[in-house]
Design a protein around this ligand. Structure first.
Ligand SMILES: Nc1ncnc2c1ncn2[C@@H]1O[C@H](COP(=O)(O)OP(=O)(O)OP(=O)(O)O)[C@@H](O)[C@H]1O
Ligand SMILES: [Mg+2]
Length: 296
């Protein structure tokens, strides 16, 4: 009984005064670095929505002592993320990209309203599965993600934060969420996730690094490697802090059922030199499909 109560996600009206009365907030789903996600009902049509809203400490609402540590630059960035996500998603119409329904960037806590997906993230699916994905399953995932990323690139943008945690899976249909780091091609990137960031992106802590589609190709290579082997190529142990090695182990050495032809495809995605990676999502999917044909 005690643990049952502990697991309940009780909502105490924390964001009600910042969100239109149109939405009836039900529960908090997750808390990220600069924003939180809530589940809500859109009372106009009685449908479920997800509301992504800036954390109150960035708006100076929560006067906790620890919040004095947030620098003006961090505050500026947090607003930039949510603004960017709204502005970009507003222009998107794609079956594998989360649908933006509404937003209010003028609210004291800016927020965006998204279709609610009864979800599990691809990250959780990888963990629950406890086995590698088959070539057929991987191809199904790759086709959907390449399609979404190709669409973003064709619009002149780079997604910049591809990772299993930013992909929601509903009965094998995948949806890319979390567009806070999306950047126009050739503009400086503003972040990424360690473990999925290309080596050139890691330099951005010292110098500005310009966004190119090659950054997304690299992250996708890491994701593919993870699906096919259960490991990340440069650590070989997912979710550990073990020191990264610089030469990736061949995926076929980790998964004896994986034909060697896939090693070259994976290695080409995660080449250190961006020029040596696939130059487009189309070329990657072509190669992968050709290789997969003999095995599915
Ligand atoms: N539209 C949605 N429907 C259902 N759940 C969602 C939706 N959008 C986000 N979530 C849930 O909230 C989590 C965080 O969402 P998102 O990645 O957009 O926020 P974030 O603040 O960037 O978080 P993080 O810092 O953890 O990446 C997702 O992993 C997912 O579990
Ligand atoms: Mg995220």
């Amino acid at each position: 009984m005690v643990s049952f109560l502990k697991d309940q996600n009780i909502y105490n009206g924390e964001i009600d005064e910042y969100v239109s009365r149109r939405y009836r907030v039900l529960a908090r789903l997750s808390k990220g670095g600069t924003s939180e996600i809530y589940k809500a009902i859109d009372t106009f049509n009685n449908s479920k929505v997800a509301i992504k809203i800036l954390l109150s400490e960035y708006a100076g609402i929560d006067k906790d002592e620890k919040n004095l540590e947030i620098s003006p630059r961090e505050i500026e960035k947090a607003y930039e993320f949510i603004n960017q996500e709204a502005r970009f998603l507003e222009t998107c119409h794609h079956p594998n990209i989360i649908h933006l329904r509404d937003y209010n960037l003028e609210s004291k806590l800016p927020y965006i309203v998204l279709d609610f997906l009864e979800n599990i993230t691809l990250e959780k699916e990888i963990l629950y599965k406890g086995r590698t994905f088959s070539i057929k399953e991987t191809l199904d995932i790759l086709e959907q993600i390449c399609d979404a990323l190709g669409y973003v690139h064709d619009k002149g943008y780079v997604y910049c934060d591809l990772k299993p945690n930013n992909i929601i899976s509903v009965r094998s249909n995948l949806t890319l969420i979390d567009f806070g780091l999306v950047r126009p091609i050739n503009k400086p990137i503003i972040g990424g996730t360690i473990g999925y960031m290309a080596p050139e992106a890691l330099q951005s802590y010292n110098n500005p690094v310009l966004a190119t589609p090659a950054l997304d190709v690299y992250s996708l290579g890491i994701l593919l490697y993870e699906l096919l082997t259960e490991f990340q190529p440069l650590t070989q142990h997912r979710n550990t802090s073990e020191t990264a090695s610089t030469t990736p182990k061949l995926a076929s050495d980790l998964n004896p059922y994986l034909p060697k032809i896939f090693d070259n495809i994976l290695l080409r995605c995660i080449e250190n030199n961006p020029e040596d990676r696939y130059h487009s999502m189309d070329l990657l999917i072509q190669d992968f499909t050709k290789a997969a044909k003999s095995f599915i």
